[in-house]
Design a protein around this ligand. Structure first.
Ligand code: SF4
Length: 958
């Protein structure tokens, strides 16, 4: 008899491995889910996957605890007690969908904009946005408006793309990498892999962040900038580089609008616009003839200095001259900005010198011929090996849009965008604003019983594209694309509930939300939002927001405030498309998309939200969701993913298309497409041809490749927009030109903030409060191990961050006699909170900070009322209001960027004081304990997976 093997490998007990896509953060890595007996055993990274190449983070491996979370909702529910009480009764799916249909059908037949449909960390916006469009409401957006729309919009309007999903550093060739801010749940594993490469070959990493944590912790140089002043620091760097002549003139002339002629005609309607020829093409000065000619004329040698006379009055000068006039100003000298930004003049100068050294002394050359959009042939690709990355840190300010633009201009001056060693786009980017749809929602685009006259979100190109009526009044419930925030490309989700409760600009009938914890960590002024959600009309006693439908997989704080709950599955139980139509996972050298699919079947009465949405659409008879006979067009989301076509041959997934499953990009639907993805590890990937990999915005081979893939219908090369004519058009309107003009109270602000060249102004909240009363800045950061409020109910991840202290600098701690574990009061113009303290060195002396979204309301997420997340965890949100303090004129302005409407979370100003020795060591404020939601799981449900659920909800190994 042979000896028994040490490891039993018999097929009966071997793991079954199913490959899918992680959803524990926004990064979307490939994962291998190991199952035994139909239960998940563990999760590992997929080594073949283009995003993570096998790397798995703490969140990703803790997906097992997300999947088996006791907080999972169990069945559809209908509210039976007062809103906010958490009293529900389980109902069937038929009842739930009938109720939703009964609420929504009359709205669609009378006034579709009475539906406000907003989603949170939704990864299916191509579907949800299309659904809103087919319903006919302009009131749709996802969470971008309160996250990083400044980064996205600043990038699109300047470069035709931004960081993260739009592009990435050239990790293999860059020699200096600069991180501004950075939320560590964005592009998480790729950045870790990239940083590993840089560190492995000794490349330099600079971090600009008020706090030295996470990626900043391994930087070679840390600049602890004062919050909200990054833009000023960047403009000072620009000044130093321009003064030293350390800018890439050839690159600026070839690839940017630096040579384009701008009309100077002060006070007139064409002041600041580009000089255009009869065909409308912007013009440049031809160095040879001295004449203004179309910028795209073959063989023209452009001038960066000079002047042209403008017919009808005024002159025109190249953008480059305006750049020099603006940015060589003494106001941007290191000495002038040093106190404000919190960095010494010498360090600013050295920073600029380091950028110049890396860019110009260490040029990168790739021996690859290519042809540009004018047909000019190049025998090699030359690059500047400086790359940058930024996210919410620089964007969540009221000056964030201009700061993001300034950062992109700094990259352009160094010649390091889409060049070897620099920042590189990921397909389908680059895509300039004019290649995106314009938003729909004007009165002539909304009609009873009809789809909206276009997509609800897009990019405006001037005041004529605003979503306003003839009197200039906002037409969206969040007032996006109005004069309040003209370029709000992602909507303004943080204004929806307050506007809906106030009936301003109009009341809505149904608020429909998905995965957005608006009654807690996703809202400013959390207590106020809870009150708005329960506010009634004193005359009728009815709720001011009459009906709330909410879909979530977990019993988050928001669940208690809904009237109808549509329980979602976990990410391992449903189909998803990580689509090129939406938020793709491409890399700079390749095109990729991916799927999720049910690797386990739900053991509860839950359904994937996307399938539910399609079912609801069919019940409502929405175009595209029903057949001619009125029957549902799609069986479920999986069926939609395979068979929906956005235009002929282009669907949610680009891989394995066509009858034989071999077409890529464009091709007829393939019934076996999902099987092909599953076979391939749940993703598809195609290499970009070598000659098309750099200078994509100007590269003829890339443009042709993009057309073949279906990104564009025709090549559309373009130049980077250092000078934004779009911004200038809004400024001209504020000066009184054109048919659409802002209301009087907004004119000065628009004129000041919409500068066509990036500028810096002080964050609004700091200017509106007394600086002596509120001397400190307060921030949140996203920990690497957490992803919004989901993570802090996960049994494994809670053991990493069970509560969140307020971090203060050692200097500040000494000033206030604080040691680790003390409690302090933190006060803003809006409210106060009591929180525990931790002391650290690596933080700007004028800044305090904490981890975001760890604090929980007692009883929510099935956690015990004594859970540390509820007793010691807290939210900074209680200190932040969606409106700025009242001004002398009685107006209260939105606490947002005036260009995009981005929520200005990080403008918060506070003071601190030590809590009394007799005060309880418990976070304040506290709210009524939420009951366990009917139908949600019970503690103990995870016992069989080797964890025992303890009283405080932490998992202990059994
Ligand atoms: S980085 Fe995000 S997507 Fe990737 S494994 Fe971690 S949690 Fe999952």
């Amino acid at each position: 008899m042979s000896p028994k093997p040490l490891v039993d490998t018999s097929p009966e007990i071997s793991d079954e491995i199913k490959k899918t896509t992680c959803y524990m953060c926004a990064c979307r890595c490939g994962i291998n889910v190991h199952l035994r007996g139909g239960k998940i055993r563990y999760i590992e990274g997929n080594r073949d996957h283009p995003v993570n190449q096998g790397v798995l983070c703490a969140k990703g491996s803790a997906g097992i605890m997300q999947h088996y979370s006791p907080a999972r909702l169990q069945s559809p529910m209908k509210r039976v007690g007062p809103r906010g009480s958490g009293q529900f009764e389980p109902i069937s799916w038929d009842q739930a969908l009938q109720l939703a249909t009964d609420w929504l059908a009359p709205i669609r037949e009378t006034d579709p904009k009475k539906l406000a449909f907003f989603t949170g960390r939704d990864q299916s916006q191509a579907l949800t946005g299309w659904w809103a469009q087919q319903f006919g409401t302009p009131n749709f957006a996802a969470h971008g408006g309160f996250c990083s729309v400044n980064m996205a919009a600043g990038g699109i309007y300047t470069l035709g793309g931004a960081f993260w999903e739009f592009g990435s550093p050239d990790w293999d060739l860059t020699k200096l990498f600069v991180l501004f801010g950075v939320a560590e749940d964005h592009d998480s594993n790729p950045i870790k892999i990239g940083l590993g490469k840089l560190k492995g070959r000794g490349a330099r990493v600079i971090s600009v962040n008020p706090v030295q944590t996470g990626y900043a912790g391994i930087s070679d140089d840390w600049f602890g900038v004062t919050p909200g002043t990054d833009g000023l620091l960047i403009l000072s760097l620009i000044r130093e580089l321009m003064r030293a002549g350390k800018i890439d003139i050839d690159y600026l002339a070839r690839y940017t609008n630096a040579p384009w002629l701008v009309i100077r005609n002060p006070g007139k309607a064409n002041d600041g616009l580009f000089l255009r020829d009869d065909a409308g093409t912007p013009m440049v000065l031809d160095r040879d003839s001295g004449k203004a000619v179309a910028h795209d004329k073959a063989g023209v040698r452009v001038a960066l200095h000079g002047e042209a006379k403008v017919e009808g009055g005024g002159t025109a000068a190249p953008v480059f001259m305006l750049m020099s006039e603006s940015w060589l100003d003494e106001a941007y000298a290191p000495e002038a900005v040093s106190d404000t930004v919190g960095i010494t003049p010498d360090r600013i100068r050295q920073f600029a010198a380091d950028l110049a050294e890396a860019a110009f002394a260490e040029e990168v050359v790739i021996d690859q011929p290519w042809t540009d959009w004018k047909g000019e042939k190049h025998d090699k690709m030359i690059g500047r090996p400086v790359s940058m990355h930024a996210m919410r840190g620089i964007s969540a300010h009221s000056n964030g849009f201009q700061t993001c633009r300034a950062l992109h201009v700094l990259q352009l001056l160094l010649g390091s965008v889409e060049a070897p060693g620099g920042f590189r786009f990921k397909p389908p980017y680059p895509k300039p604003p004019h290649a995106h749809p314009k938003p729909a929602g004007r009165p002539d685009q909304v009609a009873a019983g009809s789809p909206l006259g276009g997509a609800p979100l897009g990019y405006v190109l001037g005041p004529e594209d605003l979503i306003i009526d003839d009197d200039g009044a906002p037409q969206r419930i969040d007032k996006a694309y109005s004069w309040d925030a003209p370029m709000s490309a992602h909507g303004m989700m943080h204004m929806v509930i307050s506007n809906a409760a106030a009936g301003d600009p109009y009341p809505v009938d149904v608020l429909f939300m998905y995965m957005a914890n608006m009654a807690w960590n996703s809202s400013m002024n959390t207590r106020g939002v809870m009150e708005m959600l329960t506010e009634t009309d004193p005359q009728t006693g009815e709720y001011k927001i009459p009906k709330i439908i909410y879909s979530d997989a977990y019993s988050s704080e928001m669940v208690a405030y809904a009237d109808l709950i549509l329980p979602d599955t976990t990410y391992l139980e449903r189909h998803d498309a990580i689509s090129l139509l939406d938020r793709p996972i491409c890399e700079a050298d390749g095109v990729a998309d991916a799927i999720r699919w049910p690797v386990v079947e739900p053991d509860r009465d839950v359904r994937g939200f996307q399938s539910v949405l399609l079912d609801l659409g069919a019940r409502l008879g929405l175009p595209g969701m029903v057949n001619d006979d009125g029957s549902p067009k799609f069986k479920d989301y999986g069926d939609y993913i395979v068979n929906h076509q956005r235009k002929p041959g282009v669907g949610p997934l680009a891989g394995f298309r066509g009858g034989t499953g071999t077409a890529q990009g464009r091709g007829e639907p393939n019934p076996a497409q999902l099987d092909a993805y599953i076979e391939n590890g749940a993703f598809w990937h195609a290499d970009i041809p070598a000659e098309a990999r750099y200078f994509k915005q100007a590269n003829a081979a890339y443009q042709n490749f993009a057309v073949e893939m279906g990104f564009y219908d025709a090549p559309q090369p373009y130049l980077f927009q250092i000078y934004s004519e779009v911004l200038q058009k809004f400024r001209l309107a504020a000066e009184g030109h054109g048919p659409q003009q802002p209301p009087a109270h907004l004119k000065e602000r628009i004129h000041r903030c919409f500068t066509p060249l990036p500028s810096w102004y002080a964050p609004f909240e700091g200017s509106a409060v007394d600086g002596d009363a509120f001397p400190l800045h307060a921030l949140t950061q996203r920990p690497m191990a957490m992803y919004h409020s989901w993570g802090s109910q996960n049994a494994w991840l809670r053991q990493i961050h069970g509560h969140n202290p307020m971090f203060v600098s050692a200097k500040l701690a000494a000033m206030h006699d604080l040691v680790e574990g003390d409690w302090i009061w933190v006060t803003s113009h809006h409210g106060k909170i009591r929180v525990p303290v931790a002391v650290m060195e690596g933080v700007n002396d004028h800044t305090i900070w904490t981890w975001n979204a760890i604090g929980k309301r007692k009883g929510a997420w099935q956690l015990d009322a004594d859970a540390p997340e509820a007793k010691k965890g807290f939210l900074l949100n209680h200190l932040i209001h969606e409106l700025l303090p009242a001004k002398g004129d009685g107006m209260r302005w939105s606490n947002s960027d005036p260009v995009t409407g981005q929520a200005a979370w990080f403008d918060l100003r506070v003071r601190i004081e030590k809590a009394g020795a007799d005060e309880p060591a418990e976070a304040w404020p506290q709210f009524d304990t939420l009951p366990r939601m009917n139908g949600a799981g019970r503690p103990g449900a995870v016992l069989r997976y080797g964890m025992e659920w303890t009283k405080n909800g932490k998992g202990n190994a059994s």
